[in-house]
Ligand binder design. Structure first.
Ligand code: PLP
Length: 397
């Protein structure tokens, strides 16, 4: 009898299960927003990347519907063959204007933008220096490129410099990769130091603004703007699926860089163009980000309110007693570190029972277990108070 070549899957799944690492989906019903329906119950949503509350915005919905009525549902081909629409170019121009770069290129997701850009910019003779906490898409882009990849300690320019001194000379091109806002911690990369080191050691820099775009900077251009680095030679990538409420990814930079990516980024060349609906919704979102800075101001007010309330009720000095340690964050991603995986799962379950949806994150996703809360511009103080109340109840129980 023939051996079943798929037989290995079941024991592998069992091993994942035994390690408490098995993941499954949770069903959200109804419209995206600050409250959602989770498994049939209305909960306050602190687990969304929709920072500005745009995913359910009327104007994005109408733009998407109009685009479908005008162009149909699919874009029917790759951008270089038959999949290019005027909307794509408008979106790329809007991204370049927001980022104050010469040009931009839109991919079907942020993940694909990173895979395509990193693997196009570097090859076997090159060196990639990467923050150890970078997003999976940067890590896999680096692997795909075939370059030598060396991780440096998280947000540590001293360690980066040491590794550049030790290794840079042995390679052709150098590329430094970093998230701007780290997605599981909410802290910011030391971009000024990184760009200075890049100048000194002749390296390119690609910064992943997935959680920075639309959120940070006076005009919402991202962490690059927030840290005063606009106009410096840095490749900015990001996603259209977080603050911009839609789907898709992009790279913004010099006209030559973008032209090169159109010719060399396999994840752009050999895939179908972004759908008309997603493209139009992202375009509407960028217009809102530009013309309604009050949404961003409101987001930062709510972030400050949450951090203030957390610091008041779970002060650092009493972290032993509460079991919660607030991690440093300069973004709408706010984390409470807890002792272990079992504790974070218990906190997550307690919150869910209290009508609050926040992410319980445990190893191997992050080195330590933490409750991750992401704030939206459309959260009310009362909703944040409910979150605090539920956390206090957990500590007191
Ligand atoms: C979400 C995310 C991505 C991927 O973006 P998608 O558009 O969702 O594929 C890339 N980098 C970081 C840091 C992210 O958080």
């Amino acid at each position: 009898m023939a051996v079943n070549p798929y037989a290995w899957i079941e024991p592998s799944l069992d091993a994942i299960h035994r390690a408490n690492w098995r993941r499954s989906v949770q069903e959200i019903q109804g419209m995206a927003g600050a409250t959602v329906s989770l498994e049939g119950r209305t909960v306050i949503n602190f687990a969304s990347n929709d920072y500005l509350g745009l995913a359910g915005d009327r104007r994005l919905i109408e733009a998407a519907i109009t685009a479908i009525q005008t162009y149909g549902v699919g874009s029917t081909g790759s951008r270089l063959l038959s999949g290019h629409r005027p909307l794509h170019r408008q979106l790329e121009r809007a991204i370049a204007d927001l980022k104050q770069t010469e040009d931009g290129i839109v991919f079907s997701s942020g993940y694909l933008a990173n895979l395509g850009a990193v693997s196009a910019l570097t090859g076997r003779r090159d060196l990639i220096l990467a923050d150890q906490y970078n997003h999976s898409s940067l890590k896999h882009g680096a692997i795909l490129s075939g370059a030598t990849v060396i991780d440096y300690a998280h947000c540590d320019p001293g360690d980066l410099q040491q590794r550049l001194e030790q290794h840079r000379d042995c390679y052709r091109r150098g590329l430094i990769l970093t998230d701007s806002v780290f997605s599981m911690d909410g802290d910011l990369c030391p971009l000024v130091d990184i760009l200075d080191l890049a100048d000194q050691f002749e390296c390119m820099v690609l910064v992943d603004e997935a959680h920075g775009s639309g959120v940070l900077g006076a005009t919402g251009a991202g962490c690059v703007e927030h840290l005063g680095c606009t106009g410096r030679p840095v490749i900015q990538m990001g996603t259209l699926s977080k603050a911009f409420g839609s789907l898709g990814g992009y790279v913004a930079g010099s006209a030559k860089l973008i032209d090169f990516l159109r010719n060399r980024a396999a994840t752009w060349i050999y895939t179908t163009g972004l759908s008309p609906a997603d493209t139009a919704a992202a375009l509407a979102a960028i217009a809102i980000v530009r013309h309604e800075p009050e949404r961003r101001a409101r987001l930062h007010q709510q972030v400050a309110y949450l951090k203030h309330r957390l610091a008041a009720h779970f002060p650092k000095s009493a972290s032993e007693a509460s079991g919660f340690t607030q991690l440093p964050s300069e973004s709408p991603i706010v984390c409470l570190q807890v002792k272990d995986a079992a504790t974070v799962m218990a906190v997550g379950k307690h919150l869910k029972d209290a009508g609050i949806f926040a992410a319980a994150i445990r190893p191997p996703t992050t080195p330590t277990s933490r409750l991750r809360m992401s704030v939206m511009a459309t959260h009310t103080e009362a909703q944040i108070d409910q979150l605090i109340g539920a956390l206090r109840q957990y500590v007191a129980r």
